[in-house]
Design a protein around this ligand. Structure first.
Ligand SMILES: [Zn+2]
Length: 336
């Protein structure tokens, strides 16, 4: 029984790896065709949720404009890729709705487009003398006068889900595993049990792979922004507010394209030239990411000795060791 499920785990992990890169029997990768089949573009906010606002514009509108431009370029550069949007109008799909849509359509990438905002700052503009009475005596004191000035925060950040949210991502991966979507999966896959440690380990593996892919794409996006002179605020992990990133069973990134709270950047974000520049940067990053996947670098999370170990049966301890080895390798790769 153990032997059988472990065998299943190993076979499944290999077929999952193959599945992610090529769907055809021969395993021949055609450029732009197999490594990514479906991209889900998610323009942030929408409808009654306007997101952040600047002096004259709203985040939701900029997100939609840029997303549609990115989509157009995706269609040009990757004509074989199925392109989906979570919204194409000024509407508000719920976060659950967005994640479900991406999962149901078996997206290979979830790309959220947002606009950043930083609170304005209070600055002292001078002092005013005020008169007041205390215990019957007339007194004066100086009171600082303030005005609010926009934050000078500027530039781009790209988010991936927080590492402490990996558990949620694992659940999303597990619940959306292709096998579970097939009818009679029990018949097809024998005594396969989605609650088994082996299957859980497999989804952990998949989650790690998605993490690596997301972090890599995010790095490419920031790199392309830096190349055109945008302020690079780096790849970040955020614990709150990025629920969709961990609810989608696929690599996922959220691009904060600039600060609407900064008047200069607000102009840039609303301009045709600015939106085009942002979209081109994202596409260049996507092309690098696809190339990286085609070079099979995105699947290299196995310990080097995996193939040999594969032939012998494993105990639960072996599985743990195996996952720890992946963990170490992942950590080494992620530390810059
Ligand atoms: Zn936002």
């Amino acid at each position: 029984m153990i032997k059988r499920t472990l065998f299943f785990f190993l076979a499944a992990s290999l077929s999952f790896m193959v599945f992610s890169f090529s769907d055809n029997e021969e395993g021949v990768a055609t450029p732009n065709q197999n490594v990514i089949k479906t991209i889900v573009v998610d323009p942030g906010h929408g409808g009654s949720d306007a997101g952040a606002h600047g002096e004259y514009s709203y985040e939701k509108d900029i997100c939609l404009d840029i997303s549609l431009k990115v989509g157009k370029l995706i269609q040009q550069e990757f004509p074989e890729v199925k392109l989906l949007y979570t919204r194409t109008t000024d509407s508000y799909p719920s976060l659950h709705g967005r994640a479900d849509y991406a999962n149901e359509n078996k997206g290979d990438l979830f790309l959220c487009i947002h606009v950043n905002s930083a609170p304005s700052k209070k600055v002292v503009t001078g002092y005013k003398t005020v008169t007041y009475y205390s215990k019957g005596k007339k007194r004066t004191r100086k009171v600082a006068q303030y005005k609010r000035v926009p934050s000078t925060a500027t530039g781009t950040e790209t988010y991936i889900w927080g590492a402490h949210k990996s558990e949620d991502k694992e659940i999303a991966v597990r619940e959306n595993a292709y096998m579970l979507k097939e009818d009679n999966y029990e018949k097809k896959y024998g005594d396969f049990n989605p609650e088994s440690p082996e299957f859980v380990a497999l989804t952990l593996l998949k989650t790690k792979q998605y993490f690596k892919r997301s972090a890599t794409l995010a790095g490419f996006v920031q790199d392309e922004f830096a190349k055109v002179g945008r302020v690079d605020r780096d790849v970040k992990q955020r614990g709150v507010g990025i629920w969709v990133l961990q609810a989608t069973a696929m690599p996922s990134v959220l691009v904060e394209t600039g600060f609407i709270s900064n008047p200069d950047e607000e102009k840039y974000l609303n301009s045709e030239a600015g939106q085009n520049e942002i979209s081109v940067c994202i596409i260049k990053a996507l092309k690098r990411y696809v190339k990286w996947l085609e070079d099979k670098k995105g699947q290299d999370i196995m310990p080097d000795s995996f193939e040999e170990k594969n032939t012998t049966s494993r105990s639960a301890n072996d599985t743990r060791e195996f996952l720890e080895a992946i963990d170490k390798k992942e950590k080494a790769a992620l530390v810059k």
